[in-house]
Design a protein around this ligand. Structure first.
Ligand SMILES: *Cc1c(COP(=O)(O)O)cnc(C)c1O
Length: 303
């Protein structure tokens, strides 16, 4: 993981120069927000960022939830996301904007936080592995519960919230699984450590409602593609046993893209391999991201 340039507080600097002080507030308490965005190489050879405006919008929404004021205009950060791909000479990459609080004051209450912004880009392959994308992954329900909606608010990508995801993921990886699924505070399935979850039963698709989950942009894309493809789709809570009994299950996320889940808690999901609905949505997703469907060019920002 390395690139030539990183954007920090208004300008591009060398990768090794993008340093912060140990007194940086966010390191101590996790008060900050971030985004994860992907740029794909399209079928015509051009590169395009997928759903850039939606990601920038959500970055500001996360900051609003966290009561942080980003000292740049949306338009400016949008432009930087495009430039960072170009200055580093990438065709495909992952883009990570991070908003954090500077080092001039410590303590929980900071009167006028000095909000800083960095945008980083690097080449990041399949988050859950190429084999996972093709054959499906093995997931386990974590003993860690997803944040209560009135504690770590789930609708923002808030830095400190991710300790919860890290604990869940580490727990299940130590047990030999690929990814953690988390239940909400009432015991219903919420989402994975950094992905939203879908199940398919008798051709009908179900995903958890937005109540206690991160409103994933890939989730939105998958819902839209599934509806366009004529599938019956509902946003409705479901239980752990309903998940066990599903014919298919898949995760969506910018990092994980559309990853099939072939096993949960040692139980095979359906035939224990990516099902037909999952495979069709996954194929459509990658084709869309790579510019093969003109009706979805509106989702792409070509560079
Ligand atoms: C980022 C994230 C997702 C996926 O959201 P996308 O916008 O699709 O990348 C899902 N759940 C959690 C907890 C996340 O942090």
């Amino acid at each position: 993981m390395k690139a030539d340039k990183i954007w920090l507080d208004g300008k591009f600097v060398g990768w090794d120069e993008a340093m912060v002080h140990v007194c940086t507030h966010t390191i101590h308490y996790g008060w900050g927000v971030f985004e994860g965005i992907r740029c794909y190489k399209c079928h015509d050879g051009r590169s395009a960022i997928l759903m850039l405006d939606a990601h920038i919008e959500r970055l500001y929404d996360s900051a609003h939830i966290a009561d942080l004021k980003i000292p740049f205009e949306k338009q400016e950060l949008t432009q930087v996301c495009k430039e960072i791909v170009k200055v580093n000479g990438f065709e495909e990459c992952y883009i990570r904007p991070v908003v954090f609080v500077g080092d001039d004051q410590l303590g929980l209450y900071v009167k006028d936080p000095k909000v800083r912004v960095s945008i980083i880009a690097w080449v990041w392959g399949a988050y859950l592995g190429d084999e996972g994308l093709q054959k499906g992954i093995r997931a386990k329900i974590s003993s860690f519960t997803r944040h209560h909606v009135n504690a770590g608010m789930t609708k923002g990508k808030i830095v400190g919230n991710y300790v919860n995801s890290i604990m869940a993921k580490r727990e299940v990886v130590a047990l030999g699984f690929d990814e953690a699924i988390m239940l909400d505070t009432e015991g219903y399935v919420s989402e994975a450590s950094g992905e939203n979850i879908f199940i398919v039963k008798k051709g009908r698709i179900k995903t958890t409602p937005l109540t206690s989950i991160l409103p994933g942009i890939t989730r939105g894309a998958a819902l839209s593609l599934a509806r366009y493809m004529g599938f019956d789709v509902t946003e409705e809570r479901f239980t752990r046993d309903e998940l066990y009994l599903a014919d298919e299950c898949f995760f969506t996320g910018t990092a994980a893209e559309v990853t099939p889940v072939r096993e949960v808690d040692g139980r095979m999901i359906g035939a224990g391999k990516p099902g037909p609905v999952t495979s069709q949505i996954q194929k459509k997703f990658f084709e869309t991201a790579r510019g093969m469907h003109p009706e979805y060019h509106k989702w792409l920002t070509y560079l």
